[in-house]
Structures are given as C-alpha cells and as structure tokens.
Design a protein around this ligand. Structure first.
Ligand code: PMT
Length: 410
C-alpha cells in the first residue's frame, strides 16, 4: 500500500477499551510514518488493554487518560487536543463508547475531547458480532453518521472470542487510508504558490475603465485547491465579487501595474509555483483624465500604452535557472487555440499554458465549468469539468515538474 501523507496534519486518536486497542498502535504508527502528528486520548478501560506508555512512545507526547489528574500537564488537555486536531479517529469504538458519544457524555478524556471537536471524526467500530447486530448499536452508529461522523468498518471475519461475523476492527492500514482521504491530499505542503486571478481595471477617468469579463472563478479555484493540498498560497486578485478562498492570503489590486507589483512582492518572499489565471489588460490609457471626459468633438481617440506583462517578466527573469519556479500561464483564445498557446509557451518562457477557448459554451469567462488544453513543450492534454476539477488537473500536472525542479527535503 502506498505511503499515506499526513504531513502538517494532527490526528487525535481516541482509543476505546476493547481487545482491538493494540491495533490502534499501528494506526498511530502509520500517521507518524506519513509525517503527521498524533495525540492520543484513552478511556480508562482502554488502558487495561494497552498501556498509555506505548502510545506515548509512538506519538512522542503524553497521553490523556485522567481528566482530573492535577499532576498531569494536560490540564484542560481535552480542549488542547480538540483545538489541535485536523481529524479525530476513534479506534476501537466499542459499543459502550459509541453509545456515550451518541449521548453527548463527557465523563472521560475521550468523550470530553470528542465533545469539543469541530474537525471531522472517523469512527472505527469493533465488538462482538452479536453486539454489532444489536438494534441499539445500529441506531447509535446511524445517529453518529447522521451527525456527519464517518465510519470505517467493521470487517467480517473470525473474532477474538471465536465467533465469526461482522465486528472486527477495520485493518489499521484501511483506517489510516480513510483518515488520509478525509484530510485530503497534502502533496503541495510547504510549497509557496502565487496565483493571479480576475480582471484588471485600467482607468480612463474617474468613472470609466478598460476591463474584461473575467470573474476570477478559474484563478480562485486554483488558489483554493492548492491551499487545500497544503500549499502556502498568495492570491493576487483583480476586482471580483468572490469571497477569499479558504487558506489563501489574498492581495486585492485594480490595475495591471498594481498586480505586477503585488506579484513581485510575493515572489520576493519565495515562490515555487506561479499560476497566471488573471485576464490582465494588455493596454491602459496613456493618460488618466483627472475629471470625467466630456463628449467633446475631436476627442474620441484614446491613446493607449502597454501594461507590464507579468508572466513574460517572470519568464525572462527566472526561466532556465535550474531551480526556477514552475511558471504556468493561461491563454484565452477565440481561434487557433493550440497554436496560439504554443506561441505563448515560447514567448513567455513558461512550463505550461492552459489554453481555453473563450466563447465556447461551458468554458472560459464566468462559467462554472471550463474546457482547456494543457499545452507544454512535449505534451498536450484536454481537460473538461468544473473549474475546481480543472484546477486539480492543472496541479496534478505541475506536481511532478515541481518535485523534479525543487525536490523537497526528506
Ligand atoms: O475568471 P473567469 O471568469 O473564471 O475566467 C477564466 C479566464 C478565461 C479569465 C482564465 O481561464 C484565463 O484564460 N485567463 C487568462 C486570460 C488572458 O489574459 O490570457 P492572455 O492570452 O491575454 O494572457 C496569457 C497569459 O499571460 C495569462 O497567464 C495572463 O495572466 C498573462 N498576462 C497577460 C498580460 C499581461 N499584461 N500580464 C500577464 O501576466
């Protein structure tokens, strides 16, 4: 089974008092092996099956058992555990523990910690097959699911007491895999990503500007998905009606000049990947009228000047260096989509151009979906889906290039 990635994630393992408690040690070990942090709470009954010292040795941290022990440095430990958790795993979840969680009890370190949790909870039941079949247990498990908790297992097989049937704790690797899935992929953790999104506005006078129909949806989707995959994301956004994507630092700008300055500032702080999804105006009025322009005959002409080309500037400065950041541009084209994208790939010296045919239904500006071609020097792939799915596909394409160009320590 592939190694599971828990980098930068904290898993709180809540161990119930059942014969399968020893298998929870393996769950903890798999999380640690995947680069995650494990904190453990045990019910008093669980300590009769496995000593807290075992979990302390695996996790490298004290184990919460006794809520009221003044000697422990885990005073208010249940709240500390709950606050630190990205995910809680309850394994083994005995019939009694499931019932107490359902009832909202807070009579030990495990139940109290779970009461204070706001993160996802993964419950791994384990008990005798007759107990598992009991209507009360089934109702309790259904109630936990209805509250949004996730359940893995139990498996069918021979049980410790000799009975055969459903009730055996899911394999620790399956529990860890379900946990990793719930946490989502973290394959961009530690990577610094700068994304541009939305249009720019180039003022003509105090009430008019040159702009385009970009809504920012595509760039925001890239920023949100990169953040979800663990990247440190700076989103430089032109004017949009969208809320800040979770986990991204957002710098709001208006003009191409401002966008260029914000990208340079973000890049100066370190950048592994740049994704230019913004529809940056190529031109701005050379003069901005201080007052609203009048309809004066003879003054119908607007003299334009070029704006800085942000992507081409990065390409000129950085491309070709052995440790250059990965540079990704977009191309909004109305014709000859692939040929124009190949031109841009060369001219702007980027690693990938995401070409979309604007004007096609379900693609380009404002739509929630997109149909794009990923154009690199030696590959061409067509992707279609929601902008979030397209964003994931772009990040999937980038990942191996990133790993080759800038290998991660360890
Ligand atoms: O925002 P949405 O409504 O979701 O729409 C998404 C989109 C259609 C805007 C997006 O998918 C897209 O195609 N963005 C790039 C549009 C564009 O400006 O393409 P371009 O061919 O003009 O520019 C090529 C590349 O150079 C782009 O990465 C652009 O960000 C970059 N560029 C362009 C001009 C400039 N002055 N500076 C730049 O960095």
């Amino acid at each position: 089974m592939a190694r599971m990635n828990f980098r930068n994630r904290t898993v709180v393992l809540c161990v119930g008092g059942g014969i399968a408690a020893y298998k929870a040690c393996e769950v903890a070990r798999l999380v640690v092996k995947g680069g995650g942090t494990v904190r453990v709470a045990m019910t008093p009954a669980a300590t009769r099956f496995v000593g807290p010292l075992t979990f302390q040795a695996i996790s490298g941290a004290p184990v919460l058992v006794d809520l009221l022990d003044p000697a422990t440095d885990l005073a208010y430990g249940h709240l500390g555990l709950a606050r630190s958790a990205d995910l809680a795993i309850v394994a083994p979840a005995t019939a009694d523990l499931i019932a107490r969680i359902r009832a909202g009890m807070g009579d030990d370190g495990v139940t109290t910690t779970l009461l204070a949790m706001t993160c996802p909870v993964l419950v791994a039941p384990a008990m005798n097959t007759r107990m598992w079949a009991n209507a009360a247990v089934q109702e309790n498990v259904a109630a936990l699911r209805a509250r949004g908790m996730h359940v893995v297992g139990p498996e069918a097989g021979e049980l410790a007491d000799g009975d055969v049937g459903e009730g055996r704790l899911a394999d620790p690797a399956q529990i860890a895999l379900a946990a990793a899935r719930l946490l989502g992929r973290q394959d961009l953790s530690g990577r610094r990503v700068v994304v541009t999104a939305g249009p720019t506005r180039e003022p003509i006078d105090p009430v008019r500007f040159i702009s385009n129909p970009s809504t920012g949806k595509m760039g925001y989707a890239v920023a949100a998905r990169a953040a979800r995959r663990g990247a440190d994301v700076t989103l430089v956004s032109g004017p949009t009606a969208l809320a800040d994507p979770a986990g991204a630092r957002v710098v709001r700008v208006e003009t191409a000049e401002e966008m260029a300055r914000a990208v340079d500032a973000a890049a100066a702080a370190g950048m592994d990947l740049f994704v230019g999804a913004a529809a940056v105006s190529d031109y701005r009025p050379r003069e901005v009228a201080p007052q609203k322009r009048k309809k004066t005959p003879g003054e119908e002409t607007l003299v334009l000047a070029r704006t800085p080309d942000i992507l081409a500037g990065l390409g000129a400065r950085l491309a070709g260096r052995p440790d250059a950041p990965v540079l990704v541009g977009f191309a909004a084209e109305t014709e000859e989509v692939i040929a124009n994208a190949r031109e841009k790939l060369k001219a702007k010296r980027c690693d990938l151009v995401v070409a979309n045919k604007v004007g096609a239904p379900g693609a380009g500006f404002a739509s929630d979906t997109n149909r794009v071609a990923l154009v690199s020097s030696d590959e061409l792939a067509e992707i279609e889906g929601t902008k979030e799915q397209v964003a994931e596909a772009i990040l999937d394409w980038i990942l191996p290039v990133l790993e080759t160009r800038r290998p991660r320590d360890g």
